[in-house]
Design a protein around this ligand. Structure first.
Ligand SMILES: [Zn+2]
Length: 162
């Protein structure tokens, strides 16, 4: 990813939702694309398992609605989004037996509310900072993604937040 901000007019168009790739992704009926696999739709978001599994269990949770920041959502929708995020994190801990869960809401490249949910493991290469999935690429076999998706879906049914 280029290490500079996009031109302002492109940014403002994306903030408005013009040609927003994440709007397309939450509406898509195709479960698989180059970036990931749809696990499921939760109350107010879509959970996707990332194709690059350099961080074991790395998922992205995309808000069903196009907003730039979570505080732009009405309270009930914001509550649903954050509850989805907690449920997804807990399910990932259950499946991957991670030691810590990182939730990153960034959106500097695509200003459509989404959270990177990254299970962290003792001994991983970034103990005191956010981990960057792009530093290397780990691809699984198609059936391995499907197996993980099945496990995450089951865990989502089991886990109880709060
Ligand atoms: Zn969008």
């Amino acid at each position: 990813m280029a290490d500079k901000w996009m031109p302002r007019e492109k940014w403002e168009a994306l903030v408005r939702g013009d040609n927003c790739p994440l709007c397309a992704e939450v509406k898509s009926t195709q479960p698989v694309n180059e970036f990931g696999y749809t696990v499921t739709d939760l109350s107010f978001s879509r959970l996707r398992l990332c194709t690059n599994q350099s961080i074991k269990g790395y998922c992205v949770l995309i808000c069903h609605k196009h907003v730039r920041e979570p505080y732009e959502l009405p309270g009930d929708e914001r509550d649903m989004f954050f509850e989805d995020m907690m449920r997804a994190g807990l399910a990932l801990e259950y499946v991957f037996r991670s030691d810590k869960m990182n939730f990153q809401i960034l959106g500097n490249a695509v200003p459509h509310l989404h959270a990177h949910i990254e299970p962290r493991y003792l001994g991983d290469p970034a103990p005191h900072r956010p981990i960057h999935s792009g530093e290397k690429t780990v691809l699984l076999k198609p059936e391995e993604y499907q197996d993980l998706i099945k496990q995450i879906r089951s865990a989502l049914d089991i886990v109880k937040t709060g």
